[in-house]
Write a protein that binds this ligand. Structure first.
Ligand SMILES: [Ca+2]
Ligand SMILES: [Ca+2]
Ligand SMILES: [Ca+2]
Length: 436
């Protein structure tokens, strides 16, 4: 059941993705208009001039490619790459005759006209993300393009490009090509220079299926050199999301992963600037923090209280609360997810916890109930009942999740005895949240 739902979700995602690609490939103008809505307003007619310059340089008959993730989601990306005070335009596309080969085209503006200033053949058929960084000490930015091939979350290729200051020749040059799963570019050691951390598929080694590498650019020749590495746990099937926070100059990394057995966990480690090493977080009892984060629910780290410090999901049993699955005769203990903040090497749970309903897209905020109340959730009925801990007491309220057409859903709330219960419908409603 669980696996099936997951499959449906993936298919939906792929469908949305395909729809997005189709939209951009069938209408050059349409996708460009969307970009102009996102960007600050431009002079009238400028988009048309860029479009014309691109058509002249490349061909009318191309498929535009929009980045899947990151800050720039349009095939046309405007950024002052060479830092000369005038925005440049990058265009991502593929030629009809070689649709599996994505390209990046650079257009520049000379004050009067847009002109072609370089074209690069990428390392994939799709663009995962594009971002701009300042690795070396010259003014111009390095362009980080993460190329991918459809249907592979595991393997991407990060290419770094530089614009040279030559006016006449090709202005885009490739600095490096790194196969990876995911990456983070950040000043890890507070030396005012960026480092690149990337997750590498190392599955040829069954004991260390993923590695985290940190590399640093030598500004003299633009080459990266190795700083340190860390192997993720052997149980990890795929790293899913990278989070980080910086406290007192220490950068802590939180990598949410799915394990081979279907559980989830967060790898927690920090960069030790003095030793130039990644170091796993271990609490005062000697337990590795990562191992305390194993959970059944697919929920990721997040800064839930907006204090720029990442909170980590921890699984806890709600004593007395139960979940009835269709495939088991007796109810099983209910788990809730409590968000915890790392303090002095310990994961300290905040007063923020949720029950994530299995096989339904909602969560129930449980903070105020864990001590005095118990819940019972029926997976088949998608129905939750809350009662006091008195065994003979009738439920105080019942909430049923009702899926509607499309991605919509509603909650059917029944309050047992409105005149005696402490809970109003408004309050109950505020505890239930539909997840997208
Ligand atoms: Ca420029
Ligand atoms: Ca640095
Ligand atoms: Ca926080």
């Amino acid at each position: 059941m669980k696996a099936m739902r997951h499959g449906v979700r993936i298919i939906t995602l792929i469908f949305i993705l395909c729809a997005a690609l189709l939209m951009t490939s069938c209408s050059f103008f349409q996708s460009f208009t969307v970009e102009s809505l996102i960007r600050p307003p431009k002079l009238t007619g400028e988009n048309a001039l860029i479009e014309k310059a691109f058509e002249t340089a490349v061909n009318k008959d191309v498929m535009l490619i929009s980045p899947i993730a990151g800050d720039y989601r349009n095939a046309f990306v405007q950024y002052d790459v060479d830092a000369d005070g005038t925005d440049d335009t990058l265009v991502f596309y593929a030629k009809k005759e070689s649709p599996n080969e994505a390209h990046m085209h650079l257009l520049k503006f000379d004050g009067e006209n847009w002109y072609s200033a370089g074209d690069i053949t990428g390392n994939g058929s799709e663009v995962y993300s594009v971002a701009f960084y300042q690795f070396d000490q010259d003014a111009s930015f390095e362009v980080a393009v993460c190329w991918t091939v459809s249907d592979t979350r595991r393997s991407k290729t990060l290419s770094l490009y530089k614009t040279s200051l030559k006016d006449d020749a090709q202005e885009l040059t490739q600095l490096s090509v790194i196969p990876l799963v995911d990456y983070l570019i950040l000043d890890f050691d507070d030396d005012e220079q960026l480092e690149l951390m990337y997750l590498m598929d190392n599955s040829s080694d069954a004991e260390q299926p993923f590695k985290v590498n940190l590399i640093k650019m030598d500004p003299k020749d633009g080459a990266f050199h190795f700083v340190c590495e860390l192997s993720l746990h052997q149980s990890v099937n795929l790293p899913l999301k990278i989070n980080y926070d910086i406290r007192a100059l220490r950068c802590t990394l939180y990598i949410d992963c799915v394990n081979a057995d279907g559980t989830y966990m967060t790898e927690i480690f920090y960069y030790d600037t003095q030793k130039a090493l990644f170091s796993r977080m271990v609490n005062t009892a000697g337990a590795e923090l990562s191992e305390l984060t194993v959970r059944n629910t697919q929920v990721y780290c997040a800064d839930i209280d907006n204090d720029k410090i990442v909170e980590v999901p921890l699984q806890r049993v709600w004593t007395g609360a139960t979940v009835l699955y269709p495939e088991t005769e007796n109810p099983l203990p209910m788990n809730v997810i409590a968000f915890a903040k790392m303090q002095d090497n310990e994961l300290m749970p905040l007063n923020v916890s949720y029950f994530y309903a299995p096989d339904a897209q909602f969560r129930f905020k449980t903070d105020e109930f864990l001590e005095e109340y118990v819940a019972a959730y029926d997976v088949t009925e998608m129905q939750l009942q809350l009662s006091t801990r008195d065994e003979n007491a009738a439920p105080l309220f019942t909430v049923q999740y009702v899926p509607l057409a499309g991605n919509e859903a509603a909650f059917n709330i029944v309050i047992a005895e409105p005149e005696v219960t402490l809970f109003t419908e408004k309050h109950i409603k505020s505890l239930f949240e539909i997840l997208s």
